[in-house]
Write a protein that binds this ligand. Structure first.
Ligand SMILES: Cc1cc2nc3c(=O)[nH]c(=O)nc-3n(C[C@H](O)[C@H](O)[C@H](O)COP(=O)(O)OP(=O)(O)OC[C@H]3O[C@@H](n4cnc5c(N)ncnc54)[C@H](O)[C@@H]3O)c2cc1C
Ligand code: FES
Length: 277
């Protein structure tokens, strides 16, 4: 029997779909049986998922896998079970939503570098917008377990788009919500919540994932107060491990980084924000 891969090594598996269902609103939860050899992952790492079940439909379109954050991993009866939370935004995710329990989905992961984790007693402000919320759950859960003072700020168009809200509410973290239509929490942008929270907790570290303008604003707010800020970019990806060069983003100064290999998490000041998609 081969030894299980350690953290940092990626695996390619055909994982059995344990569950794949809509969670009210726009969010879907996919639970995959990734097996006994699936490596431990860090918060913020991701997988490349085939767009739909293996063999369900003969197709080459869409051919490429889709990147998805590892929302949570837990031990199951037959090894690791990996949860992914997603929204249907196009063809790939629409096909993924058709995968039924018992079917198999190709998965490669864990990929990329994750977030640095807040330690005991440290203040951490996690800012999630839209599908970016899914990249922050594991960070919030582990931060709370380690004794960090974690506040989670979630933002979306409306209550229907707040993925994983009940999971965050069940953690030992402070939860604040902003929606653009005012259907839950305060009406407005999640970055407005960040301004308030950072005024209350000067010195907190900021961790953000969501649309680029949201992360850019979070980085500005953190920078103005001298707070560290890490962002997780959600660029389009073709391969996920440094081969196609399709996910290059410009560095502050000069040069490029690959989001899949050097990221998706970056210290905000290292990015040339004007050149980001
Ligand atoms: C590291 C990483 C982690 C991610 N984690 C999640 C997650 O946990 N849950 C989730 O729902 N989504 C996540 N995404 C975004 C997800 O990969 C895209 O939504 C998905 O690839 C869209 O595929 P599609 O075939 O359904 O859409 P397509 O048909 O390819 O595109 C449909 C629409 O979505 C836009 N789009 C496509 N890809 C992206 C993207 N990467 N970012 C923003 N807009 C895009 C297109 O421009 C188009 O308007 C993540 C992306 C990255 C890079
Ligand atoms: S997605 Fe191919 S190099 Fe990053």
């Amino acid at each position: 029997m081969s030894a299980a891969p350690g953290p940092g090594e990626a695996l390619r598996v055909e994982a059995e779909v344990a569950a794949n269902r809509r969670e009210g609103g726009a969010g879907w939860r996919l639970r995959l049986r990734a097996g006994p050899d699936w490596p431990a992952s860090r918060p913020g790492q991701f997988v490349m998922l085939s767009p739909g079940a293996v063999g369900a439909v003969a197709r080459l379109d869409p051919l490429l896998p889709r990147p998805m954050a590892i929302y949570a991993t837990r031990p199951g009866d037959a090894g690791a079970e990996v949860d992914v939370l997603y929204q249907v935004t196009g063809r790939g995710t629409a096909l993924l939503a058709e995968a039924r329990p018992g079917e198999r989905v190709r998965v490669v992961g864990p990929l990329g570098r994750g977030f640095p984790e807040p330690g005991a007693g440290e203040d951490a402000l996690l800012v999630g917008g839209g599908t970016g919320i899914a990249s922050l759950y594991d960070l919030a859960a582990r931060g709370a377990e380690r004794g960090a003072r974690v506040a989670v700020l979630l933002g979306a168009r409306g209550a229907d788009h707040l993925m994983g809200r009940d999971d965050f509410a069940a953690l030992d973290v402070e939860l604040r919500i902003a929606t653009e239509d005012g259907s839950e929490g305060t009406r407005g942008l999640v970055t407005e919540l960040l301004e308030q929270a950072l005024a209350e907790r000067p010195g907190a570290a900021v961790y953000a994932c969501g649309p680029t303008p949201m992360m850019r604003r979070a980085a500005e707010i953190a920078g103005a107060r001298g707070a560290t800020c890490h962002v997780s970019l959600e660029n389009r990806m073709a391969c996920g491990f440094g081969i196609c060069l399709g996910c290059a983003v410009p560095r502050a100064g000069e040069g490029f980084d690959l989001v899949c290999r050097e990221g998706p998490v970056f210290e905000a000041g290292t990015l040339a924000w004007d050149g980001l998609p």
